[in-house]
Design a protein around this ligand. Structure first.
Ligand code: F6P
Length: 319
């Protein structure tokens, strides 16, 4: 192996730049050349690539987004797209590829691996919905960003005796919603993984009002329904006037937390080490504090679910 490529794909996540930096510097340390593919698989199909050097990845560890930019590629989902991508990589004399992204990106990586190109994944998504790692790069930052907003909303909710319904990201997963609800002292967290009962939500609001609570907060993952739709279903708020807030893409931006900068660095480095040890078709992850690898298909086949005991804890703490 002489030359490797790295790309970021899917939604950007804070800490991706730390991972790009680690891939580049550890690979160069081991005598490899590094090529950065821009705009994910879309850029690969267009041959949009740049050489990466120790200095070109300098000063990026604390930057949000991804210096390689990213995309969701429809073209690469087709078999001809994968064939074209493979040809592009061969044309650049690339011997192996590191893909930083989430489940959809790893499915693409697996197609390249099956066609003979050694490929390793690095989990980068704010959703934390990849099996094979306790946390994904960007999740911790997104939770902290959302939490800052929730704390501000709580101030205004308390001042006005209001209920705030706050919609957070998570199309298919409730990790962000649950963590933010617990850390933000919310009354309820609604997750795509758990069916919810609107009556129970109303009861909780009534109880909170009777106890004299000056505010109530509901955190809803976008995958359950929109905050607007939920507001239309909560017909009895216990007397609280309600407002909705959609946090949206603000959760994806910003400088990574220390946790994500370290996680990105560790997993980027571990992906290169895995390739050097002859491993491929795997994702680098962290389990119980230790760097690990697991087969790429397991990252989407073994559905990772939030710890539901935390939902029980939220219910106990918010009565
Ligand atoms: O996968 C990360 C994520 O932020 C999801 O939580 C969200 O549903 C989706 O990306 C939004 O995607 P887009 O930026 O394409 O609108």
């Amino acid at each position: 192996m002489k030359r490797i490529a790295v790309l970021t794909s899917g939604g950007d996540a804070p800490g991706m730049n730390a991972a790009i930096r680690a891939v580049t510097r550890v690979a160069i340390y081991h005598g490899l050349d590094v090529v950065g593919i821009r705009r994910g698989y879309e850029g690969l199909l267009d041959g949009d690539a740049i050489p990466l050097t120790q200095s070109s990845v300098g000063g990026i560890i604390h930057h949000g987004g991804t210096i390689l930019r990213t995309a969701r590629s429809e073209r690469f989902k087709r078999s001809e797209g994968v064939t074209e991508g493979l040809a592009r990589l061969k044309g650049m004399d690339v011997d192996a590829l590191i893909v930083i992204g989430g489940e959809g990106s790893f499915r693409g990586a697996w197609e390249l691996e099956k066609r003979g190109l050694p490929t390793v994944g690095v989990p980068g998504t704010i959703d934390n919905d990849c099996a094979g790692t306790d946390e994904t790069i960007g999740y911790d930052t997104a939770v902290n960003t959302a939490l800052e907003a929730v704390k501000k909303l709580r101030d205004t909710a308390s001042s006005h005796d209001r209920l705030f319904i706050i919609e957070v990201m998570g199309r298919n997963s409730g990790f962000i919603a649950l963590q933010v609800a617990l850390a933000g002292g919310a009354e309820c967290a609604l997750l795509p993984e758990v069916p919810f009962d609107v009556e129970k939500v109303c009861q909780k609001l009534n109880y909170a009002k009777k106890r004299g609570k000056t505010h109530s907060l509901i955190i809803v993952a976008e995958g359950v329904m929109s905050a607007q739709e939920l507001a239309g279903k909560i017909l009895d708020t216990g007397g609280y006037e309600s407002r909705i807030t959609v946090l949206g893409h603000i959760q994806r931006g910003g400088s990574p937390t220390a946790f994500d900068a370290v996680l990105g660095s560790r997993l980027g480095a571990h992906a290169v080490e895995a390739l050097l040890e002859g491993k491929s078709g795997v994702m680098a992850g962290v389990t119980c504090g230790q760097v690990t690898t697991c087969p790429l298909p397991e990252t989407w086949e073994n559905k990772k679910r939030p710890d539901l005991s935390l939902l029980e804890l939220l219910n106990a703490l918010s009565i």
